[in-house]
Write a protein that binds this ligand. Structure first.
Ligand code: ADP
Ligand code: MG
Length: 321
């Protein structure tokens, strides 16, 4: 591919790392061989990022490396799994060493943060596309699913919503947010923090969970569909950052409901576990959580203004963002 051969690149950039004891054969053979702890099962997820489609073409390599893994970890978090291993299929137009080095800086920083090991992958020439697969552990017969929500469960989200979408909009339209600089928002777009610790705790508390990648309204709807329930949420409860709460409320709500790339968790909690939930999150160094509504028996998502009026999604074009 360049001065370095495919195998030299793998050896130099991808094979050098800490070894987990459960990796029997890592990078370098036809397959990797790994061991799952007794009484555990594997949670597996994969996501692809395509340049120009999932991130702007001028995104720095470090952010691409970080985010390619982060969006996958977000799926493990949503199911309450403990991250263990990853594979990386990297397609690049050319092998620029400086770019690969920068990419690895982002990728391995996050990988090491969770004591994960890269156990294999592929390297091919083509337009820039990154596919990561992650593997995590779950105690047998556990795992947070989308299908467990029940009427009267509280609906919660982690962090704040709409920031990444606002950052992307600002980048695309080359505008700055009134009175604010972009960096904190850009951090939310390029370096989303996967909710691994939060998901692990929710494994024993939540009745259903999903990670928010396509916007709260769309992702909560998956929980509602798969659980066979409906919900009401309150607009004035949506957690906004300093940046989004500076905008006019309609714009902020639209970003929070329909903006993508949040990588926060949306989860439901039965009434008898609400106290445990609030006290655990208050006592530990975890992301903030906010109750935004309640699961109801009647299907459909009802979004309410503070005066009790329903938000009309069709008229406002909320879901066409
Ligand atoms: P094969 O031809 O059998 O598919 P490759 O020649 O593609 O194997 O890869 C050689 C070894 O390097 C394999 O163990 C593979 O998993 C690993 N590998 C290839 N590309 C990457 C990568 N980008 N990151 C990590 N490991 C990789
Ligand atoms: Mg190959």
């Amino acid at each position: 591919m360049s001065a370095l051969s495919e195998f030299e690149i793998i050896e130099k950039y991808f094979a050098q790392q800490v070894n987990r004891r459960d990796v029997i054969v890592g990078i370098g053979d036809d397959c990797s061989i790994v061991e799952v702890p007794p009484a555990n099962v594997l949670a597996i997820s994969t996501d692809t990022l395509v340049a120009g489609q999932h991130f702007p073409l001028n995104t720095e390599a470090k952010a691409i490396g970080y985010k390619a893994l982060a969006v996958n970890l977000s799926d493990l978090a949503a199911q309450g799994a403990t991250p263990a291993w990853a594979t990386l299929a990297l397609t690049m137009p050319e092998a620029k060493e400086a770019w690969i080095e920068d990419f690895c800086r982002g990728f391995f920083t996050l990988l090491n943060q969770y004591n994960m090991q890269l156990i294999g992958g592929d390297l091919t020439r083509g337009s820039l596309t990154i596919t990561v697969q992650v593997h995590g552990f779950l105690p047998r017969k556990k795992g947070l699913l989308r299908s467990g929500a029940q009427p009267n469960d509280g609906i919660y989200v982690t962090g704040t919503l709409g920031d990444a979408a606002l950052a992307l909009q600002c980048l695309q339209e080359k505008i700055s947010i009134p009175g604010k600089s972009l960096p904190p928002l850009l951090e939310k777009l390029e370096y989303p923090k996967p909710c691994i610790a939060e998901g692990g705790i929710l494994l024993d508390i939540a009745s259903a969970a999903i990670d928010i990648s396509d916007g709260l309204a769309a992702d909560l709807q998956h929980i509602l569909d798969q659980s066979g329930v409906g919900a009401r949420i309150e607009l004035n409860q949506l957690p906004l950052s300093d940046e989004t709460s500076n905008l006019d409320p309609e714009t902020a709500w639209r970003l929070a409901l329909s903006g993508g790339d949040d990588y926060e968790l949306c989860f439901t909690v039965p009434a008898h576990k609400l106290e445990t939930l609030e006290s655990i999150f208050a006592a530990n160094k975890l992301k903030r959580i906010t109750r935004i509504g309640t699961i109801e028996k009647n299907s459909g998502l009802r979004i309410l203004h503070s005066n009790g009026e329903l938000l009309n999604l069709d008229h406002k074009g909320f879901l066409q963002f």
